[in-house]
Design a protein around this ligand. Structure first.
Ligand code: FAD
Ligand code: EGO
Length: 547
């Protein structure tokens, strides 16, 4: 079982050197869109602005560039040499018939990866085609995309397309109860995370998938059940209300946290599974742009930040959208949501805890958005293994996590990349790759699930914005002094592709070092303090030179 670092590295470095006013806002967005309704509330208007993308020269440690190109150049595999003799027989000259269940972010990204290898790909998605919908209901309107997700998009040639329509966030902006804002940058090297619209990302991935002639995507087609040993599936065409069967070489379950493919795996013996609902739920709100006299829209807050309002036991965050609105998410226990059942209670709550946000959202809009949909639950899912004889699960289907690290999608996209890195490494020996994927990826995915849960606890433990700032500042001080030696956990998880397990190990090492330093300092200080009371100046001097 994974061990998560213990919460609360001592908050001993309580000097606050952080700037407490925002630097002059330097929007990284170029052109201003004209007045329009914001996407996150009324669902209309397509994105209007094109963002100036800032990518810094040092792109971290992304491995696996050009995996696909080298794969597609490979000759069609003849007899595969496998270590365990379980040779998989490709159905025709090395081409696989692949069925992907779920056309969300991970499913559509997988489709492109397999299509580029030359396989025959069919995607079945239960929901209607988002490209033909006015408004897409569902979870989180925008997401934080970082290095791991970007590496997967780069591998299918979509990185630039996506980055062009994203808003870079160079750091977090911490909002105190009094409305004081403190910016804390993510890195000294201009590292940033990117706010992208889930819908735009999904549509771009689906478009790219459908571009290749060997890929078909069917919407309103739902997986009912299947035999994951034989590769037989039963699906429902929801438009014609008709069931049908398909046979395939490989089934990829990318059907999210409540995966139907995983449900089939659970029928097998020796399949481990656990799911945990946390006390907290989430609710999304919209902060509209501010319109200037000439009708142009402006962000209501400094644009290139992830805004966070850390509070006792609940918090608010905001991510910027292309149309200069903000998607604001409230994380709070269901118990605390309960008394907020009318406008009066809601406004009283917001004016007590998030006065500045209330002013920027506007009371009327807040009430409208808040009561539109109830708070949604958050679930964490772990399972093992991820494969059967001819199936594999990836993304939320394999490792749904709470969103407190902003890594769910990133980890899911990285799954696609890792699977294809393994395919290359093992000359497309599918049986071997399926096994290896479970062996290599499962412990790492479980590690990020645990880290996300741990962050959920730690963020609540840092009850106010001051504690939050101090904690982040401490990390940064050490990082700026010895950047190669002391990499903060968030930095390692977000801006590198270091396996998640190693990120945890590094954090545990840091906690031990910090603990030792703090204990030594305290003991030395108290001994010298006591001794100085008795006037043993010379002993004190001796203590001072001790480590
Ligand atoms: P999904 O996006 O859930 O897609 C699954 C698809 O499968 C759906 O389209 C569904 O309709 C389809 N499906 C389901 N069952 C069937 C069936 N039986 N037959 C056919 N199709 C089916 N991650 C980040 O990296 N950064 C963030 O900032 C971030 N913020 C988040 C904020 C919130 C509030 C939440 C809840 C999550 C956040 N995440 C974030 C996580 C991210 O949303 C998920 O990890 C990501 O969407 C997983 O993609 P997926 O393709 O595996 O699953
Ligand atoms: C001490 C203080 C230790 C998601 C704070 C750890 C997560 C955690 C949900 C932010 C950023 C993308 C996010 C930071 C920590 C997204 C994220 C972070 C939230 C909530 C989020 C950070 C969507 C944890 N990244 N993050 O350091 O800025 O720190 F606040 Cl509730």
């Amino acid at each position: 079982m994974l061990q998560v670092p213990s919460p609360g590295t001592p908050l001993i470095f309580s000097f606050s050197l952080a700037r407490t006013t925002a630097p002059p806002a330097q929007p990284l967005l170029r052109d201003r869109p004209q007045k329009s309704s914001c996407r996150c509330c009324s669902g209309g208007a397509a994105p209007l602005a094109s963002a100036a993308v800032r990518r810094d020269a040092d792109e971290g440690q992304s491995q696996g560039e050009d995996v696909l190109h080298s794969v597609s150049k490979m000759p069609p595999s003849g007899p595969l040499n496998s270590k365990d003799g379980l040779d998989y027989q490709p159905h025709s000259n090395g081409k696989l018939k692949v069925v992907i269940v779920g056309g969300g972010l991970v499913g559509s990204c997988n489709a492109i990866h397999f299509a580029k290898r030359g396989d025959d790909v069919t995607v079945y998605e239960a929901r209607p085609d988002p490209r033909k919908q006015m408004e897409v209901r569902g979870r989180s309107i925008n997401l934080a995309l970082s290095d791991r997700g970007l590496a997967a998009l780069r591998n299918v040639g979509l990185e630039d397309t996506i980055l062009k329509k994203s808003v870079p966030m160079e750091g977090r902006m911490i909002h105190s109860k009094m409305g004081v804002r403190t910016p804390l940058l993510y890195g000294t090297k201009g590292q940033c995370i990117y706010s992208v619209s889930r819908r735009f990302l999904n549509e771009a991935l689906l478009n790219a998938a459908e571009e290749s002639s060997n890929t078909k995507v069917f919407f309103r087609h739902k997986l009912l059940h299947g035999d994951l040993e034989e590769g037989k599936l039963t699906l429902l065409n929801m438009d014609q209300n008709q069931e049908f069967r398909v046979e395939t070489d490989l089934i990829i379950g990318c059907d999210g946290a409540y995966s139907a493919v995983r449900r089939q795996m659970m029928k097998r013996s020796r399949f481990n599974f656990s799911q945990t609902y946390i006390e907290h739920g989430y609710l999304e709100l919209c902060m509209p742009p501010v319109y200037k006299k000439d009708g142009t829209a402006e962000f209501a807050m400094e644009p290139n930040y992830l805004h966070i309002w850390p509070r006792d036991n609940f918090m608010l965050i905001a991510l910027p959208n292309q149309d200069r609105s903000w998607t604001v998410t409230l994380f709070m226990s269901f118990q605390m949501f309960q008394p907020l059942h009318n406008e009066k209670a809601l406004l009283a709550f917001f004016s007590e805890h998030f006065q500045d946000a209330l002013e920027l959202i506007g009371a009327e809009r807040l009430c409208k958005d808040f009561f539109r949909v109830p708070a949604q639950p958050l679930v964490s899912v772990k399972c093992n293994p991820y494969h059967t004889k001819c199936s594999i699960i990836m993304g939320d289907a394999a490792h749904a996590m709470v969103p407190f690290y902003g890594q769910g999608m990133n980890a899911g996209l990285e799954d696609c990349l890792i699977f294809h890195e393994l395919m290359r490494q093992h000359s497309s020996n599918l049986q071997l790759v399926l096994k290896e994927f479970s062996r290599v990826r499962q412990p790492d995915a479980e590690a990020i699930c645990e880290l996300a849960l741990y962050n959920y606890i730690e963020m609540r433990y840092l009850v106010n914005s001051k504690m939050f700032r101090i904690r982040k500042f401490m990390d940064r001080i050490l990082y700026s002094f010895v950047p190669s030696f002391w990499v903060p956990l968030y930095t390692m998880v977000t801006f590198t592709r270091t396996p998640y397990r190693e990120c945890i190990e590094n954090k545990q090492w840091q906690d031990r070092v910090l603990h030792r330093t703090v204990v030594t300092t305290l003991i030395t200080a108290s001994i010298s303090g006591i001794l100085s009371l008795f006037g043993f100046g010379w002993v004190r001097a001796a203590c001072d030179v001790l480590p």
